[in-house]
Design a protein around this ligand. Structure first.
Ligand code: NCD
Length: 317
């Protein structure tokens, strides 16, 4: 770990809105803590006793919300949740700023998922407690990045000199936008971008990546087969139906890529296949049996790294 021997950076009291809000050293410190929690969970089972976390989810979610809630409960803390905006004061016309100011009186930490890009940044301006972005529209999803990097470190043992192939909806996939920026900070990362023309990685994301590292390599293709060769990580994504303006356009692209056992024959033996989940049609079920498929373990690692994040933002570990 980069910071070993030095004092671990402090995250106490901070917000986590964009993947780049934390430095690589801060990520490293979180991974070390997540690793310790994973190997000795009992030692952390009352780290957050007396603390309360609120999850405000204004967009559908299973994994992210439950993984945060499981993380807090396993740290001995308590959870308040709004999973359906129709049952909250948002339905009465309350502004996000007012909701956040109010919930900040009840909770020590807030996790927000919102369909509008930039909502988390706005909310953070009004939040008296640390606020975590659980996904804001098609923009960012930084705790999925924590999960993804922790998975890559766990399986590959490094974040430098790796080739990552992203496949699917690179235009609307917020997990891709956050992860690609975070990865670009490590030397020697190469990106293979596999998508239909309509769903290419937005230029503004590419520009941000290039601003971080001028020499970063992008190889863009529409063919999955071409992208599989030489990749260390294959990051599959769902076509983001909810971001399309009409059903017809979605249906045209939904089955653009389907990873099958046959296609995986083209890939390296030590490739790992990741997916933020939920999966729809892009990975056929037979692939689950392949030892290279790590997406369910990825979801498990996400809980441990969220435990580490909560503990650090609350200053209890
Ligand atoms: C992702 C999301 O919400 O952006 N899911 C998740 O948080 N694990 C990916 C997706 O919905 O496709």
């Amino acid at each position: 770990m980069i910071w070993e021997g030095k004092k671990a950076p402090t995250l106490e009291g901070r917000h986590f809105i964009d993947a780049l809000d934390f430095s690589p050293a801060e990520y490293d410190a979180l991974f070390s803590l997540a690793e310790r929690i994973k190997s000795a969970p009992a030692e952390f089972s009352s780290a957050c006793s007396g603390k309360v976390m609120a999850t405000l989810f204004y967009e559908p979610s299973t994994r992210t919300r439950l993984s945060f809630e499981a993380a807090m409960l396993r740290l001995g803390g308590k959870v308040l949740t709004v999973a359906d905006p129709r049952t909250s004061s948002v339905a009465k016309g309350e502004s996000l700023a007012d909701t956040i100011r109010t919930v900040g009186n009840y909770a020590d930490l807030i996790v927000l998922r919102h369909p509008k890009e930039g909502a988390a940044k706005l909310a953070a301006l009004y939040s008296p407690v640390p606020l975590i972005n659980g996904g804001d529209g098609a923009r960012e999803h930084p705790t999925q990045t924590l999960t993804d990097l922790f998975t890559i470190v766990t399986y590959k043992g490094r974040l430098e000199n790796i080739t990552v192939a992203f496949c699917g909806d690179l235009r609307y996939g917020r997990t891709v936008h956050s992860l690609i920026k975070a990865l670009a900070r490590y030397p020697g990362t190469r990106f293979i971008l596999i998508s239909p023309e309509e769903l290419r990685l937005p230029d503004h994301v590419k520009e941000e990546v290039l601003a971080l590292r001028k020499d970063v390599e992008f190889h863009e293709t529409t063919r999955m087969e071409e992208g599989l060769e030489g990749a260390d990580v294959l990051y599959m994504t769902r076509i983001q139906k909810e971001r399309f303006f009409n059903e017809e356009d979605y249906l045209k692209l939904r089955d653009a890529y389907v990873l099958t056992s046959e296609k995986l024959k083209l890939a390296e033996e030590d490739l790992i296949v990741m997916h933020p989940l939920p999966r729809v049609t892009e990975i056929s079920y037979e692939v689950d049996e392949d030892k290279r498929a790590v997406y369910f373990q990825q979801a498990r690692l996400g809980m441990f790294v969220r435990m580490a994040l909560i503990a650090r933002l609350l200053g209890v570990a």
